[in-house]
Design a protein around this ligand. Structure first.
Ligand SMILES: [Zn+2]
Length: 141
């Protein structure tokens, strides 16, 4: 899951062709090298507080081109940040504590073309209760 992001940061390393068959020694060397590069990145991130730190896990990159158009000089937070992040929210109807997953946000903004300033406000059962009955419609995914 992190592969895309990593390849952006270490483009040269990732695009270097790896031999199809690697000996144990080569593999260990490659692992060692990757570890070294990661440590270097972490060091750099520590020394330069302006740079975004290492991306937390379970986050997905935002693809700006897939978002619904919006008329604003400002940008929603996830767009400034550049990736989707699990987001805690409280259901407006039943008050239960929920998490809007990064993958769900990505689907909402990029696939369903949801408005970029809209966020999750209700849990799934409450959303389902609000839906008008519609014959032929099965359970939502
Ligand atoms: Zn609810």
């Amino acid at each position: 899951m992190n592969r895309h992001f990593t390849s952006v940061r270490t483009g040269a390393l990732a695009s270097a062709k790896r031999p199809a068959v690697q000996s144990g020694k080569q593999k260990r060397a490659a692992i060692k090298l990757r570890r070294k590069h990661r440590q270097q990145r972490e060091q750099l991130a520590k020394l330069t507080p302006g740079l975004p730190g290492p991306r937390p896990k379970h986050c997905l990159r935002v693809n700006r081109n897939l978002l619904a158009p919006f008329n604003s000089y400002d940008e929603p937070e996830f767009l400034r940040r550049g990736y989707y992040e699990d987001q805690a929210f409280t259901c407006r109807d039943c008050g239960s504590h929920q998490v809007w997953r990064a993958a769900q946000q990505q689907w909402w903004y990029e696939t369903a073309k949801g408005y970029v300033y809209s966020t999750a406000i209700r849990c799934l059962p409450c959303r389902q209760r609000r839906r008008p009955p519609f014959p032929g419609r099965n359970k939502t995914p």
